[in-house]
Design a protein around this ligand. Structure first.
Ligand code: PRT
Ligand code: ZN
Length: 283
């Protein structure tokens, strides 16, 4: 049995639960308590505030956790980041009031900067030999300059809308963040086996994201050319059609390249093209 800590409420909760459920770990919503056992996989889910997840994993209260990389970097507890999960993407940036004359990072020399991430900021200023006053505040960081509490802020930015609304301009991106799977450093071999199974499932889910399953009919003598356009995972599946000289080709393709590939396939005689969603891709 392994225990995984996820955010109880907030931006990462829904996608963390969704990822676990896509990986076949089903937690009945009605049974949801602080600690809930999955009914079909040796996993317990511990619901915590995101700030507490790195510590819980470092202390062994949980064996693994799903949390923003920003929290891991801020807290610096001894945990391993074992997998990036591709959601909760954001960046941590320095922002200053619009209209300020900004030419370099040295603008921050002697300034007061409000943030909820004082450790990351302190490390950044130290590396750049900037001496600034860091004011740690828990929330509503973006209003600090307009109420005179600070000259600038260091905060999470996603669309940038909050900065614009508060008359601020992003001037330095310090780090990118996304949700990551973390694990304790002293996990037992038995627990490692379960964690590896989970990682295998996460990989399959990730691989199938943005992939489509393509089926088409084409003259059999165009198959060679078609396979060059779409080589697939190993190679495309080719099946004969009842109609003489015609084949059916099945292949996996990334959604980004889909339309371009379809144009090329049509130009060599492909017809009756079907594009299907791809649920899981296990190699
Ligand atoms: O209650 P608990 O402590 O668990 O939650 P929380 O309130 O501390 O965190 P929560 O749920 O807001 O965010 C959890 C995690 O989501 C963060 O640690 C990040 O890793 C990630 N994340 C991704 C974000 C954002 N995007 C985000 N946009 N966290 C916060 N924001 C906020 C930001 O603080 C700012 O106020 O959204 C605003 C900026 O958004 P834009 O789109 O206007 O730029
Ligand atoms: Zn938090």
């Amino acid at each position: 049995m392994i225990r995984i800590a996820i955010q109880a409420k907030g931006r990462l909760n829904e996608q963390s639960t969704e990822l676990l459920s896509e990986a076949g770990i089903l937690i009945e919503e009605s049974k949801r308590k602080l600690l809930t056992k999955a009914n079909n996989f040796p996993v317990e889910i511990l619901y915590l505030r995101d700030d507490d997840i790195p510590q819980a994993v470092a202390m062994g209260v949980a064996d693994a956790g799903i949390v923003g990389l920003n929290e891991v970097e801020e807290k610096k507890y001894p945990v391993e980041v074992i997998h990036s999960l591709g959601f909760g993407r954001c960046r941590l940036s320095l922002a200053i009031p619009k209209g300020e004359n900004y030419d370099s990072i040295y603008w921050f020399e002697g300034k007061r900067v409000a943030t909820s991430y004082p450790n990351i900021l302190e490390r950044y200023f130290k590396q750049n030999h900037i001496f600034a006053e860091i004011h740690t505040i828990a929330g509503s960081v973006e209003i600090a300059p307009s109420v005179g509490m600070a000259d600038a802020i260091f905060d999470i930015v996603s669309s940038g809308g909050t900065l614009v609304k508060n008359g601020l301009v992003e001037v330095e991106k310090i780090m990118n963040s996304e949700a990551v799977l973390i694990a304790g450093k002293n996990i037992t071999p038995e627990k490692q086996v379960i964690l590896d199974q989970l990682l295998f499932r996460f990989d399959a889910i990730e691989r199938s994201r943005g992939m489509k399953y393509l089926l088409m009919n084409l003259p059999c003598d165009a198959v060679e050319k078609a396979a060059k356009i779409l080589p697939g995972v190993k190679s495309p599946t080719i099946l004969p059609l009842q109609q003489e000289g015609w084949c059916s080709m099945h292949v996996v393709v990334s959604e980004n390249e889909l339309w371009g590939k379809i144009e090329s396939l049509k130009s060599i005689g492909a017809e009756d093209i079907l594009v299907l969603a791809l649920e899981k891709m296990i190699l």
